[in-house]
Design a protein around this ligand. Sequence first.
Ligand SMILES: *[C@@H]1O[C@H](CO)[C@@H](O)[C@H](O)[C@H]1NC(C)=O
Ligand SMILES: *[C@@H]1O[C@H](CO)[C@@H](O)[C@H](O)[C@H]1NC(C)=O
Ligand SMILES: *[C@@H]1O[C@H](CO)[C@@H](O)[C@H](O)[C@H]1NC(C)=O
Ligand SMILES: *[C@@H]1O[C@H](CO)[C@@H](O)[C@H](O)[C@H]1NC(C)=O
Ligand SMILES: *[C@@H]1O[C@H](CO)[C@@H](O)[C@H](O)[C@H]1NC(C)=O
Length: 839
Amino acid sequence: MSSLSLRRVLTLFVLFAAVFETSLASVLAVDYGSDWIKASLMKPGVPFDVLLNKDSKRKIQSTVAWKKEERLFGSDAANIASRFPQDSFSSLKYLQGAPFNSDIVTYFTSISTAQISETDRKTVALKQSDGTEWSTEELVAMQLSYVKKLAEDLAGEQVNEVVLTVPPYFSQFERDSVADAIEIAGLKTLALINDGTAVAVNYAMTRTFSTTPEYHVIYDAGASSTRATVVSFSAAEDPKTKASYTQINVLGAGYDRNTGGTELDLRLRDILIDSFISKHRRDIRKDNRGMAKLWKEAGRVKTILSANSDAMSTVESVAFDIDFKAKVTRTQFENACKDLHPRFARPIHDALANAELSLGNISSVILTGGSSRTPMVQAAVKAAVGEDRIALNVNADESAVLGAALYGASLSRQFKTKDIRVTDVLMHDVQASYLASNTPTRTIHTAVLPRGSKHGARKTLTFKRQEDFSVVLNYPNEVMSGFPREILEANIIGIPEAIGNLTERGAIDPVIKATVVLSESGFVSVRDALAYGEIKDDSITGKLKGLFGGGGDQVPETDFEEEAEKNEKKEKSKKALAKDQSSIPLEIEIVYNAQGPMNAAAKRASRDRLRALDNLEVSRQLREEAHNTLEGYLYKLRDLLDDGPETPFTKCSQHSERQTLSKKLSETIAWLHDEGETADTMQLWEKRTGLEILEKPIVHRYKEIEAFPQALNNSQKWNWSTRLFLTEARENVTADAIAGVPSKWTSEDLDGLEKALQEHEVWLNNGVERQKRTKMNEDPAIETKEMRERAKTLEQHLQRLVRRKAPKVKKTPAKSGEASGSSSAEPTETGDRQGHDEL
Ligand SMILES: *[C@@H]1O[C@H](CO)[C@@H](O)[C@H](O)[C@H]1NC(C)=O
Ligand SMILES: *[C@@H]1O[C@H](CO)[C@@H](O)[C@H](O)[C@H]1NC(C)=O
Ligand SMILES: *[C@@H]1O[C@H](CO)[C@@H](O)[C@H](O)[C@H]1NC(C)=O
Ligand SMILES: *[C@@H]1O[C@H](CO)[C@@H](O)[C@H](O)[C@H]1NC(C)=O
Ligand SMILES: *[C@@H]1O[C@H](CO)[C@@H](O)[C@H](O)[C@H]1NC(C)=O
């Protein structure tokens, strides 16, 4: 199915939902990559598609940069990297959750010209050339809030909830970093979804499956890494509703965290560096701008080599005023990447092994991710799985974000989409470690959530303890070189009191239970710790049971339904009572000894920082606007004053007025020249106002002269219409009186209008006379605004009388005289009915 018709189908789903639901919140999905950000918005009435940036591009470069004071995003930011190599920040995904001293940070410094520094959380911050430091989370948050704004412009409303894709191998540290950035951006994490899983959701959206599972590998070659996810698709039936749905199970994944498009760029850049050094005998590696230019060039040459056997690289003035020129062949490039060949294929084998399946079980290997287009990568995968298994049936760039959006839609339950249920799994073993109670020097390790545990899993651990103790959740194997092992420590508090309490009440061998949870977004935590002990039957619970159990028989059958309800309540309270008595909740205090998420205060501080920056940018923009407006106004005034005697401006102004204005104008021009750059928005507007006050009366005269004929015409029109009406109406009233029939108007009505008309005439004639004697450069004697208002008043008076309904003529002419007398000259409907009642 082509992506176009696919999109049409999806639009249909969302619109369908809109019929049933009103006032829905929008859901934003973001595929945050090392090179590109793709986003999508789910909102009823808005066609479901990838979000376009302000240049109508379907993807946004993952870069944030500063050009002096101006902050830029996307390609604007990436394009200035060679001019401001220290102020352009890309490939931030490598730094998410990474400890400052980890290998991945060293790798980052080999591909980036940005300066890094260590945060007080021992993670990475990036440093602008002016010394301003931003944590990785803050920079990612800036990009997310940029995307949020794009989405809000499209949605026409606030967008608060987001689904973000993450690589399946992301550890808790990296997931924390993602979630922190989301929060700093002012968004709420609806879910994190593994990117391979998101592609699977997108794949399932337009396909149907049988009850026999079908296995596929989602092979995702991105910029920073390559991963393979084994998934099964099958049709299933909801046991309760009997509705059928699609079940997606993630069975395993394999990955190489350092093999991807960026590594290819790096190899290519090194070819260019070697070529430069051998030709020019200068070390370009010491030149930040030169390195930034070569980095960009490497990406360009890589793209050319995807379709050609050689490419010409040319960079003007790359460094030391040297214009660089070199020919790179595909063979040369592929030789430099030879060692990567097996690394591109390996994740597939690892994923299959992890899923305990073999290639024979797999229907297809679905290629996705930007680097899956590179011939070298495709060749590696083909060699590993056979050409006939390769499937190019999803959009390599967009399937992850579209899948994430659909997943978000299904979570928010506000959209009616195809029912797809997803079970994802944990990629790293997680163990619980705690000191033995009898020999507190011995640490016990329990594999509480082994690799492959399902997202959403809960494991309850039972301990025999009398004293408070703590459980540490940690990775038994290093998730990444230089990353901590310990995730968190959960201190369980209040045990002696709780155990004492339970024992006192007759509990035998009370224990401590703590539940370890793996959330749907792949976070582990400790929840619901409690002291638990079964209390013997002769205890209070036993006695209570005797009191209530079987008591239903003795309840008099007064009102059956109400009694039934009461019994139910008793059942409930009895159960609650029994439960309360055998288990006592305990307090859990979570401590991060290694690297936890940012604390609430730090996140708030970051959010305030970003907001302050946003506000600063807005106020800078307003100042800029005020400055430009004033400047434009000064030019306009100067032209008006210079334009000679025949212009309306000159005709409508007096010499002294022009002199004053001219003086003030010169002053303001001088002021703008001297202080314009430092003046604030308010001062700039005030300067403009100061001149406007002098200009306004002149402009007003001109406008009044222009508007006068029309206003006079309008006044005369109502003057004339009213006179015409009065003449006719008086004739008709007279005729009615002669005929003995009721009239629409009394003579008082008509006299009232006559008076209003005469007043209007007097005022108008007087005004027109005075206006005739007024010079063009004097203020008008009569304002057109007042002319219109008075004409309107007269018109309304007239219309009131014109619209009055004609009185009903009685059907029985004999009594008509009497009836019309009683219902007066202005019969209403009720008056009429009363007349009939009397008959
Ligand atoms: C995978 O293939 C093997 C060999 O053909 C077969 O024995 C096994 O049942 C298959 N596994 C599944 C889950 O289909
Ligand atoms: C301990 O038991 C008493 C009753 O025996 C009860 O009132 C109290 O709330 C209990 N304390 C806790 C912490 O449950
Ligand atoms: C006044 O209005 C009438 C009709 O609206 C129009 O024919 C006439 O030209 C107008 N006269 C002036 C002076 O605007
Ligand atoms: C208004 O109408 C009266 C009579 O119709 C006329 O005498 C008078 O000049 C008119 N006034 C103006 C300002 O046209
Ligand atoms: C006066 O009466 C005539 C004839 O019935 C009618 O056409 C005309 O509209 C009436 N005029 C007014 C102002 O009501």
